[in-house]
Design a protein around this ligand. Structure first.
Ligand SMILES: *Cc1c(COP(=O)(O)O)cnc(C)c1O
Length: 376
């Protein structure tokens, strides 16, 4: 049996090695390291896959969020609503731009932003909402889009963990997550569902004017060389990363299927256990399982992790500290107890190994070990 890891990038690479190696070598031979033709090719492939008019590649998912907020013209003092339970990048870029992050509670079942809490947090200064499609499943976009329309707000989707997931609208139509709001952001960090071999990211929009602005902002605010119409940043997807992504994109759906198969094995083992809540599926989204995250009830989480580690099974906590309790984000507006669901989740969640190459033997060792600890 292979050693179990949270994400097995090596086993995945071994299956696509000839294609990846050839693609990387081609970039090296061409020496078109920045903005080589393969960047545009990957961009076109991804536009087609997502069914979106514009994909703007950029340096990473954090930049994607920052650039989206810059291109939308958000200004210091503007309030941006984000979930209290997420990876820090979501709130980080809001703070970095001098905007005011307004945190709201999440749903205890799906762990995604609670639309009712969003509506309550809206003030005359609110300009945008950033739903995060956490762990690979869409937030409630019907409700959020309706709120945004009613209050004239932008929706910036953080789809860093959910690329490829579909959203099913109340009217029966479907869209890929990240293409529903005014702008969507994703990350190609190696461990993400579509990961490159370094840093990478992209921004999505259906809006031609916004696309122009986004392309300008990622490139020093420049449309015509050395003429700077906007204050921008330097955030590019390099050609080698685009070459890797172009090879991997055609596998994305089969990767999602492999993740779902592993999730089904976990569900099968844990679904009826009184101390475990398996990932709750939201009926408007399919789940692409960036993470498989259990909610523990009356279990010593640190003890479980230690027990699993003693059998060379990794497990992680995403995320152990809610944003409003992070040192850098302490704010007189917030205090412990303000987000009881988030605070409870941060104490009770545990994520198990989840990737595209999990073997049956590995899954049965993981599930039997978890159950052994719970039942002893
Ligand atoms: C990974 C991630 C990001 C940031 O992406 P990077 O490419 O690492 O900058 C932002 N938001 C969420 C929810 C993420 O999971």
């Amino acid at each position: 049996m292979r050693k179990i890891s949270m994400v097995d990038l090596k086993a995945q690479y071994e299956k696509i090695k000839p294609g990846v190696d050839a693609a990387i070598n081609e970039v090296i031979s061409s020496t078109s390291f920045i903005n080589g033709p393969v960047v545009k090719e990957f961009q076109a492939d991804l536009e087609k896959y997502l069914g979106v008019k514009h994909v703007i590649p950029c340096g990473n998912g954090t930049d994607a969020l920052q650039v989206a907020m810059m291109a939308l013209g958000l200004k210091p003092g503007d309030e941006v609503i984000a979930p209290s339970f997420t990876f820090i990048a979501t709130a980080e870029v809001i703070a970095l731009l001098g905007l005011t992050p307004v945190l709201v509670e999440v749903d205890p079942h799906t762990f995604n932003i609670d639309p009712a809490a969003v509506e309550k947090a809206i003030t005359p200064k609110t300009r945008a909402i950033v739903p995060v499609h956490l762990f690979g499943q869409s937030a409630d976009m019907d409700a959020l889009m309706a709120i945004a329309e009613k209050h004239n707000l932008y929706i910036i989707e953080d789809a860093c963990q959910a690329i490829g997931a579909d959203y099913l609208f109340a009217d029966g139509s479907t869209k890929k997550v990240g293409t529903i709001g005014h702008v969507g952001c994703t990350s190609f960090f190696p461990s993400k569902n579509l990961g490159c071999y370094g840093d990478g990211g992209a921004i999505f929009t259906q809006d031609d004017e916004l696309a122009k602005k986004l392309r300008s902002v990622v490139n020093h605010g420049m449309t015509v060389r050395y003429y700077h119409d906007d204050i921008g940043v330097n955030s590019r997807l390099d050609s080698i990363q685009a070459a890797v992504l172009k090879v991997k994109l055609p596998h994305l759906d089969e990767y999602a299927a492999a993740r779902r198969k592993a999730a089904a094995a976990y569900d099968q083992a844990f679904g009826n256990h009184p101390k475990l809540q398996v990932p709750v599926r939201f009926d408007r989204s399919n789940h692409v399982f960036h993470q498989y995250t259990l909610l523990l009830n009356g279990v010593d989480r640190a003890g479980l992790i230690e027990f699993l580690n003693s059998r060379e099974i990794p497990a992680m906590v995403y995320y152990p500290v809610p944003i409003h309790l992070q040192k850098a984000y302490l704010d007189p507006r917030y205090k412990p107890g303000d987000f009881p669901v988030t605070e409870d989740l941060s104490k009770k969640v545990i994520s198990l190994p989840m990737h595209t190459e999990l073997e049956d033997e590995q899954l049965s060792l993981i599930t039997s070990s978890v159950l052994e600890y719970l039942n002893r």
